[in-house]
Design a protein around this ligand. Structure first.
Ligand code: ATP
Ligand code: MG
Length: 585
């Protein structure tokens, strides 16, 4: 199946209008000329490109952030305000004696100060390390110590609940900055009050020369396959953020854009801070958690033009029904994209039916720092495919040969590991304190992603599964995604996760766990019906067992944790579950 793209009369063309031509003519060097760089050849600073550059260019009065409070407030922050607030915060850090390279962590919900903290930290050339605010004390402690935190920026409530009891176990932590309740201006002992510190800092900060190789952001991966890794990126990564925001998300200056990811995960910084601001859009930040009614209201009232979200949210919207969106005026919406885990073909098609446009899947990882493979606004979409590599990105499907080296598989439709030539600006520069693990990701000139994929004869990539999740059954390699996508088509199924289960006769059998659509009840008949549906559509790749789960275990970033389904099924240790949704908060 294919969703064809046609340009309608009067419609502004997408930034990437001809994939083949753009790919052939693209160079990172030329793309770099679209950014300003620091004055007088002072290098490349992410925060300068994101805000200061636009103020210098006369766009200071444009709204940078529309912030929607979970209790109903709405605040607009202009580029000029964001620039001067982040200057102030850089001065706060300087005043505290924080050095370039020191790690400044944040642990807050999506409040405006979080964005000021991120940009100010980067202006000061310290490293910004965002943590997800629902983490409990253990995962927080683990991550603060892994990166050797100097500064923690948090709220009074989170400090009292999560940090106070563990503070003496973080030997490197020198300063804790607190956003308090303005009505009770009394901050906990041994902490610095954000508002006081900001009020007494100067509103102008001169960004020092920044070599593009200067470390900028430290992110912990989602922990879907094991213990999270601390991957870090450099200021030069801003070029990938800018280019991918422009070409893969089709951001135009002045667009109203909404990335639903939290900055505790890489999508929420690369595409919730850097890409939108460098492309000078107006970005919506919603403080509240997922809620279908609220989301449709935001899309309508804020007149969102470009929307970047994730498969889990899309599946939940599908579950909430099509009545909501159909009763809304969503005519401003121009482009919808998704990332984070495989996007089932039905979800892409549902987008087309309900919103009049498909969801555009794209693929990348914390380690890649930015979008690597995407479905573009001007390119036909094949539902279920992640799309084609970005201009400037060389991707390949590789396998280990008999000689022990990695070789590209040239024939189409062959499974192999998805690999990239590591020469783009936002490729990670290390796993913090784990050089060995970092080096193991690179072989024979490739960065190995740990994901398995296929490429078809038109160069579209198809996700097969994570190397850790792939099932070897009766001599075949079976990707869970393919099986899940078929089972998802059954009308009773809302979500599905598939694992390989050891079996004394068959070696390994396929087992599926499903959650159901509202109004459906689990029964022996339904189980038989779904098993039969699988057999009819999948043959030997069909699940032999199906169990019901009220909801599947997911990471807080919204990914199904198949390794946990498997551990629970086999009675094995659950491993690192610090990112499990609902745990430990
Ligand atoms: P960990 O490496 O700690 O197990 P993680 O890999 O889930 O965690 P992230 O970097 O947040 O951490 O996620 C990247 C991974 O998410 C990819 O390697 C891939 O497995 C999956 N993914 C992201 N986008 C897509 C997509 N469009 N289709 C399929 N899988 C995707
Ligand atoms: Mg990973």
């Amino acid at each position: 199946m294919r969703i064809r793209k046609e340009l309608h009369e009067g419609q502004a063309g997408p930034n990437l209008s001809d994939y083949t031509r753009e790919r052939a003519s693209f160079s990172w060097g030329r793309a770099r000329e679209e950014l300003d760089g620091l004055p007088d050849g002072g290098g490349l600073n992410l925060a300068y490109e994101a805000v200061a550059r636009h103020v210098a260019g006369g766009h200071g009065s444009q709204t940078a952030i529309i912030w929607l409070g979970k209790n109903g407030g709405r605040t607009e922050i202009s580029y000029a305000e964001l620039d001067s607030l982040s200057d102030r915060f850089a001065n706060v850090l300087a005043g505290l004696g924080v050095h370039p390279g020191d790690r400044v962590y944040s642990l807050t919900g999506r409040i405006p100060e979080l964005y000021v903290c991120a940009l100010g930290t980067l202006k000061h050339r310290a490293m910004f390390c965002p943590l997800f605010s629902a983490f409990g004390p253990e995962p927080i402690l683990q991550r603060l110590n892994l990166g050797g935190a100097s500064v923690l920026f948090t709220t009074e409530r989170l400090f009292n609940r999560r940090i106070a009891a563990i503070r003496d176990q973080i030997p490197t932590l020198e300063h804790v900055l607190i956003v308090g309740d303005p009505k009770r201006p009394k901050h906990p002992e041994g902490t610095t009050d954000w508002a006081d510190a900001m009020a007494s800092a100067a509103a102008d900060y001169r960004i020092a020369d920044t070599d593009p190789e200067t470390p900028a952001v430290l992110h912990f991966t989602s922990g879907t396959t094991g213990t999270p890794k601390g991957a870090y990126h450099v200021h030069g990564a801003v070029l990938t953020h800018y280019v991918t925001g422009k070409l893969a998300l089709d951001l135009h200056p002045g667009d109203v854009y909404w990335c639903t990811a939290d900055p505790g995960w890489v999508t929420g910084t690369s595409y919730g801070i850097s890409a939108p601001l460098t492309n000078r859009v107006t970005m919506v930040v919603d403080e509240a958690e997922f809620d279908p009614k609220r989301w449709y209201q935001i899309l309508e009232e804020e007149k969102i033009q470009v929307w970047y979200t994730a498969p889990t949210a899309i599946r939940m919207l599908m579950r909430a029904g099509a009545e909501f969106p159909q009763s809304k005026d969503l005519s401003a919406l121009r482009f919808m994209a998704s990332v984070g885990e495989p996007l089932n073909p039905q979800a892409v098609v549902w987008g087309q039916e309900v919103f009049g446009m498909p969801f555009h899947d794209n693929w990348w990882q914390t380690e890649t720092g930015g979008i690597m493979i995407a479905n573009y606004a001007s390119m036909d979409v094949k539902p279920g495919s992640m799309g084609r590599p970005m201009p400037g990105i060389t991707a390949g499907i590789v396998r280990e040969g008999d000689d022990g080296h990695m070789h590209e598989v040239d024939d189409p439709d062959q499974d192999g590991e998805l690999a990239l030539r590591p020469d783009w600006p936002s490729v990670f520069r290390g796993y913090w304190n784990n050089q060995e693990r970092y080096e193991a990701c690179f072989r024979d000139g490739w960065y190995l992603s740990g994901d398995l994929a296929r490429r078809d004869d038109e160069g579209y990539y198809w996700f097969v599964g994570r190397a850790d999740d792939v099932i070897k059954s009766a001599g075949h390699l079976i990707g869970p995604f393919e099986v899940e996508s078929v089972i998802m088509k059954h009308p009773a199924v809302a979500e599905v996760g598939v694992i390989g289960k050891p079996d004394p006769v068959a070696g390994t059998i396929i087992k599926a766990f499903v959650s159901l659509q509202p109004g459906r009840k689990w029964s022996d008949e339904l189980q038989k019906e779904i098993l039969g549906f699988g057999r009819k559509n999948l043959g030997t790749a069909a699940p032999r067992e199906i169990d019901y789960c009220q909801s599947l275990p997911k990471t807080r970033s919204g990914k199904i944790m198949r390794r946990l389904l498997k551990a629970r099924e086999l009675g094995l240790p659950e491993g690192d579950i610090s990112t499990l949704e609902g745990a430990d908060s």
